[in-house]
Design a binder for this molecule. Structure first.
Ligand code: HEM
Length: 391
């Protein structure tokens, strides 16, 4: 049986495939070459439950122990907090939460606004521009570099490594970037240890829980995770979200007239075209039954936030953008103990970008026919290669 997640059509529009699989049942096996079948969760209730199911592990060290993966990923990348289970995860998350606070993010808002405005200053009325290249791609990495205290002069290099870490189908490039970026951040942490400042790295170095603090390796790993986790994800929130609004110009105009709706709109945009289409790796630690499927021990389980957020059992007319819908409860940021740590930051960036766009360019329109747009060939993320718009 062919793997429906490999079909070129799936990358352009995964939703018909998700709907077809869901109609067979909320959890379905999908073949995976020579390996064990993977189980794709497409139902909302089942996805939400799976996110908190303790029989599903994220501990990659455990599943790959003793196996030659043929990879040379730096351990700071392969063994991040996102790839741990409690109690290890509880400890790391507790410590990072002391530094990565909503207060730290609120302080950043004026900076985010100034960066967005700087990008939009380069847009000229009537001249087609790629909203990905000139806004959605550079914004998140610039903001996280600011938070981590990466000097301006190094940002282009850090951005390039960060891009390489997402080089689909190029494992050597990914592995090499993982070493470069981990080495760079280790040096930066060392510099902050010697000369503390009021930034996030210094806060992470100082974070403590009783006598407990983050080790050197844990600090590097967390810094890398913060750099990569918010990168392509927030880019795709802005890209997919802007596209959804421009495809339905009447809703774009409604938002221009009711800018106070932007906050709620970001949730609806996250629901409608979730940047993380399939959540990160999990596997069954024992034979389990979920959503009517028997999942053998050791099988990978893929929870699709993108599919769950379009489950008609949870959201009426799920394929329709509706600015008046209460979209809270969507699973775009995951759920449970691994729920996105950066959600307030991502939201702030999305809100500010959309707010500045509707305020400065109320006549904004798509620069090409919808059918000409191309989506990136990545299964887990959902994002555009380019988004030409005319201000
Ligand atoms: C729209 C943008 C974003 C989306 C859609 C998103 C989505 C997600 C999702 C679905 C997860 C859970 C993955 C799973 O359980 O398999 C997650 C975890 C995480 N995200 Fe985000 N994310 C976004 C932005 C960010 C930003 C800006 C940061 C930080 C700078 C960030 C940092 C993290 C971290 C550290 C985790 C791991 C949490 C843990 O393991 O406890 N994310 N994100």
């Amino acid at each position: 049986m062919a793997n429906p997640l490999q079909d070129p059509e799936f990358f352009q529009n995964p939703y018909p495939t998700y709907a077809a699989l869901r109609s067979l049942g909320p959890v379905q096996p999908v073949p995976a070459g020579n390996g064990p079948a993977r189980y794709l969760v497409t139902g909302y209730a089942e996805a939400r439950a799976a996110f908190t199911d303790q029989r599903l592990s994220k501990d990659t060290a455990r599943i790959f122990a003793g196996k030659d993966t043929g990879r040379n990923l730096h351990p700071a990348v392969s063994h991040s907090m996102l790839a741990t289970d409690p109690p290890q995860h509880t400890r790391l998350r507790g410590l990072v939460t002391k530094a990565f606070t909503p207060g730290a993010i609120a302080k950043l808002r004026p900076y985010i606004e100034s960066v967005v405005d700087e990008y939009l200053d380069n847009w000229t009325a009537g001249e087609r521009v790629d909203a990905m290249e000139s806004l959605a791609v550079p914004l998140p990495v610039t903001v996280i570099c600011q938070m981590l205290g990466v000097p301006e002069a190094d940002r282009a290099q850090v951005r390039a490594w960060s891009n390489d870490l997402f080089a689909a189908g190029q494992p050597e490039r990914i592995d090499s970037a993982s070493h470069a970026v981990a080495g760079y951040l280790a040096d930066l942490i060392d510099a902050r240890r010697r000369t503390p400042d009021d930034g996030l790295l210094t806060d992470l170095i100082r974070a403590r829980d009783g006598q407990d603090r983050l080790s050197e390796d844990e600090l590097v790993s967390l810094a890398v995770l913060l750099l990569v986790a918010g990168h392509e994800t927030t880019t795709n929130l802005i890209g997919n979200g802007l596209l959804a609004l421009l495809r339905t110009p009447e809703l774009f105009h409604q938002l221009c007239e009711q800018p106070h709706l932007v906050g709620a709109t970001v949730d609806e945009l996250l629901r409608l075209d979730s940047p993380v289409s399939i959540a990160t790796f999990r596997f069954a630690t024992e034979t389990i039954s979920i959503g009517g499927a028997q999942i053998p021990a050791g099988s990978p389980v893929l929870i699709s936030a993108g599919a769950a957020n379009r489950d008609p059992g949870r959201f009426a007319e799920p394929d329709r953008l509706d600015l008046n819908r209460d979209a809270r409860g969507h699973l775009a940021f995951g759920h449970g103990i691994h729920r996105c740590l950066g959600a307030p930051l991502a939201r702030a960036e999305g809100e500010i970008a959309i707010h500045r766009l509707i305020t400065r360019f109320p006549g904004l329109r798509l620069g090409v026919a919808y059918g000409e747009l191309r989506w990136r060939r990545t299964r887990l993320m959902r994002g555009l290669e380019a988004l030409p718009v005319v201000p």
